[in-house]
Design a protein around this ligand. Structure first.
Ligand code: ZN
Length: 408
């Protein structure tokens, strides 16, 4: 007997070998021991529903997709920057904002001051907002501590969220996010600290599933980015990169050469970067929230990414500065409207390709037998609706490892 069987449902399996959404009208989906054991046409079921599973759900024609995956967030941080946002819109100059203690370093200060409990408590409502829209897996980066203890505190807080809520969390060490005040004008010395002390400490503590680095004129140069990638490889940690957000520094190509899981942002990515990513199978993670908030006008090279078959993911980049965004559904709309992704590409970007960006493609991201039973059940007419409405949450149920985790 299976644990659960959903019948009278329509499936968007998002399976790679299938066309488009992988649609199954009149589908059925079964779960045993937290895994999918059937996903296909109801006519292929090996018997009467009531004889197959202990619990039979009638979906009344609802759609089921894989549980959504937000593969790039900075969800854990101290304080917020809403005052700075308002000051800027009231006409304050950059210098005035700096004087008022604004910018990323204000988040660093608040994060360092916060206890781990406070970081957990403040992140919880943000996490719940994402979960309410069917997000069952989320990546969370460090990068506002910028010192060993505070980086470990952030990663530990992120991990604890997964013990307090039914959600899968992947943590990423982003010690090379910004230059902390005490290392002003000493980028090389700070990177030495990152690779010699901070990253090994995070690895030893088992708190990092991956390593990320911000390669940019206002982040870290190419040589220092490479030092981070080399160290991560030494430690056996997969890598990701913030690259080509404000300029083309060649970060994505470099990271691809090191076999990075993903390169993220990419508005300024050139053909060489696309080629390198295609060769390495590195996922392009597009972040329309930051594009929108920063009023960026340069579009990521979507046609080239498509042409070279680079897998494309979409994420919130949830953070207090450049992307105060807690809606992955809104990102589907923005990916379609601002970046011209098709609704199907956008949905693949928060399911199959987001799983790949986290190194979880074998177990998550599609409705296929053997994968984790993470699903979202929707009150929609067709899958494209998820990228269509803004401000409507059509989630009916979210299921993680076979358990109902959100009911609406
Ligand atoms: Zn980011």
């Amino acid at each position: 007997m299976w644990d659960t069987l959903w019948i009278d449902v329509r499936l968007a399996t998002m399976a790679e070998h299938e066309e488009g959404y992988g649609i199954v009208e009149q589908g059925a989906l079964a779960i045993a021991d937290g895994k999918l054991v059937f996903a296909g046409p109801a006519s292929d079921l090996p018997g009467q529903p009531s004889a197959l599973a202990r619990v039979v759900w009638k979906g009344e024609g609802r759609w089921i997709t894989p549980g959504l995956i937000d593969c790039h967030t900075h969800l854990v941080f101290g304080g917020d920057r809403s005052q700075e946002f308002e000051m800027r819109l009231n006409g304050a100059s950059y210098a005035e904002l700096q004087l008022a203690g604004g910018g990323i370093l204000s988040t660093v200060r608040a994060t360092r001051e916060a206890s781990e409990d406070e970081l957990v408590d403040s992140a919880m409502p943000r996490l719940d907002a994402l979960r309410a829209e069917g997000v069952t897996t989320i990546e969370i980066k460090s990068g506002y501590g910028l010192a060993r203890e505070s980086e470990l505190k952030m990663l530990s807080a992120a991990r604890r969220l997964a013990t307090l809520r039914p959600v899968t969390i992947k943590t990423t060490f982003l010690g090379a996010h910004a230059l902390p005040g005490e290392f002003k004008d000493r980028e090389d010395a700070y990177i030495e600290r990152v690779v010699d002390e901070m990253m090994p400490a995070a690895a030893r503590a088992g708190l990092a599933d991956a390593v990320d680095v911000f390669c940019e004129t206002i982040g870290f140069n190419l040589a220092n980015t490479e030092r981070v990638l080399i160290k991560a490889r030494e430690l056996g940690l997969p890598t990701k990169i913030h690259a080509e957000q404000l300029s083309d520094m060649g970060g994505a190509a470099l990271a691809a050469r090191y076999g990075a899981l993903s390169a993220d942002h990419l508005e300024y990515l050139g053909p060489d970067g696309v080629d390198a990513m295609a060769k390495a199978g590195t996922v392009a993670v597009l972040l329309p929230g930051a594009f929108y908030v920063l009023r960026e006008t340069k579009l990521p090279p979507l046609d080239l990414l498509r042409e070279r078959r680079v897998p494309i993911a979409v994420a919130t980049d949830a953070n207090p500065g450049s992307s105060p965004v807690l809606s992955l559904l809104l990102m589907l709309s923005m990916a379609a409207t601002l970046f011209r992704l098709t609704p199907q590409e956008a949905l693949a970007g928060v399911t199959r390709n987001a799983a790949r960006a986290l190194g979880m493609a074998a177990t998550h991201g599609t409705l296929e037998v053997g994968k984790a039973a993470d699903l979202a059940v929707w009150d929609i007419e067709r899958p494209g609706d998820l990228a269509y409405w803004v401000g409507r949450n059509p989630l009916y149920r979210a299921v993680r490892n076979g358990d109902i985790v959100v009911e609406r």
